[in-house]
Ligand binder design. Sequence first.
Ligand code: ADP
Length: 595
Amino acid sequence: MKKISALLLALTMVLTPLTGCGSSSTNGASDTPATRDTSADIVVIGAGGAGMTAAIQAVQDGATNVVIVEKMPITGGNSVRSTGGLNAAETKYQERDGIEDSIDLMVEDTMKGGKNLNDEALVRTLAENSAAAVDWVNDIGGDLSVVGMFGGASVKRIHRPTDTSAVGPMLVTTLNKKVKELGIPVLLNTKAEEILVDSNGAVTGVKVSDAEGTYTINAKAVVLATGGFGANPEMVVKYKPDLAGFDTTNHKGATGDGIVMAEKIGAAFVDMEQIQTHPTVNPTDQTMYTEGVRGNGAILVNKEGKRFVNELETRDVVSAAILEQTDGQCYLVFDQAVRDSLKAIEEYINAGIIFESDTVEGLAEQIGVDPAALKETMDQYAGYQASGTDPDFGRESMEVPLTKAKFYAGLCAPAIHHTMGGVKINTQAQVINTEGNVIPGLFAAGEVTGGVHGANRLGGNAVADIVVFGRIAGSGAHAYVMENGGTTEPVIKAATGTGEVKPEVEANFKDGTYTGVGQGKGGPITVEVVVKDGEVVEINVTEISDTKGIYENAVEGVIPQIIKKQTTEVDVVGGATLTSQGIMDAVAKALEAAK
Ligand code: ADP
């Protein structure tokens, strides 16, 4: 069965943050900050994986008045870019595959990977709740069922979608759908500026800003889920000066706002200088080749055509080894068998960043490496694979001999990937202040927190982290609300469809929901178009595989124009021409059935 690698962009979930009845106006003289002040029981800051998980869990526990604020025009943050999967021990899928794993082994691997700098209590909480996290994602409509090998794990532990596609789009689509289904309002383009506290230091709300100004959402509990600071070069260099000038794999909203807000109210921080580079990022377009490519058999060779490291070492070790090679770069080399084993590779091939040839020598010529040297390396590796020992670098898992034509190579270098440090939390996801006490009402989860990953995060542990601690933060926030006055009726309501962007001209389509497919830069783009009262009122992108921030810009630029003008003949977004065109074509195809 074809499983769509879906990225449901909640663009049309733009809401009007008003108190009271939905008909009040935010325009004109009455729009003073005071009139826009509003309230919720729980405010979640950030609609990435951790924030949406926390909001959903809180509602599943019984919370009735939860709102998520998200500064970007779409949900998903860095989570949507996550390519690997979710590390979990003692799952039913491991049992099905006969994989022997344990909580202790996951703790041991994670501590070892993190150079024992990790907070062991947090790591144990991560491992103990990881199998339940897999089940939870699947229960809310997700798809984590294939178990694979990843760097730093002693056994197959990473859980991925059935079709081996990237985990992030699947997870974010699933969370978006659940958020929508539960009617949790997401205030897009709404930035949290400040966490408000009373004289005892307990949380009282969040000051937020949007295009129309600043207002306060009073709240009993706040979940901080703003992600990391990998896209804030000044903050990166402040904590780790030797990363000056590095590229980043992060989305542009990963600027560490949560760090700044938490610092102002006295939160403690841990491991801020621990910033991870991902070893295999394409230096031209910052596409990150998932570790799964190496996990499924690929090797790394330098510009002299030689291997230089155990490719399955932890990210810090592999990154450091690459930086020692000529130009600080290397090639990720694999064969047809690896390509066939991992759907994510199709995206790299579609993006035009992979060299390919029928022979090893032909590949070497294309990438400017001595053909004889590369051939010798590949032949030698096939021998190591056959014997099961790698005398050069001690690589243990060698899935395939890399002898099946075609042969492929992609240029790579390390780039800033994950900020391991952050706000100090305890195992209940409560934020700790500089005096070692809990900040009442403040919970945090995901990349904004520190301690789970220590000095180096293992691939697959970020998704485990956001689901496990997102759930704990959501449950904790709801329990705190119950202890402090209980739940209340929702004040901010989720939009029911049309959102902020409204048609500006009349149209005469047939009412219904239509699907259309267009071609983007990295593969197909699928949209779902909702027509109500003759007009296109909602467009959701349900499948997109274009890389980096390109789709964000295209979606943000094109979809509101189509809704406003009721035509697909709109301007393309500069720098995202193919993606824009792909979206327009997809909508046009969908609307053919609505004529
Ligand atoms: P995690 O993996 O921890 O969930 P993500 O990067 O996926 O982290 O998500 C964090 C989200 O928080 C992003 O969507 C980001 O745009 C959002 N965010 C960051 N700072 C703010 C802020 N000041 N106000 C609202 N949202 C924010």
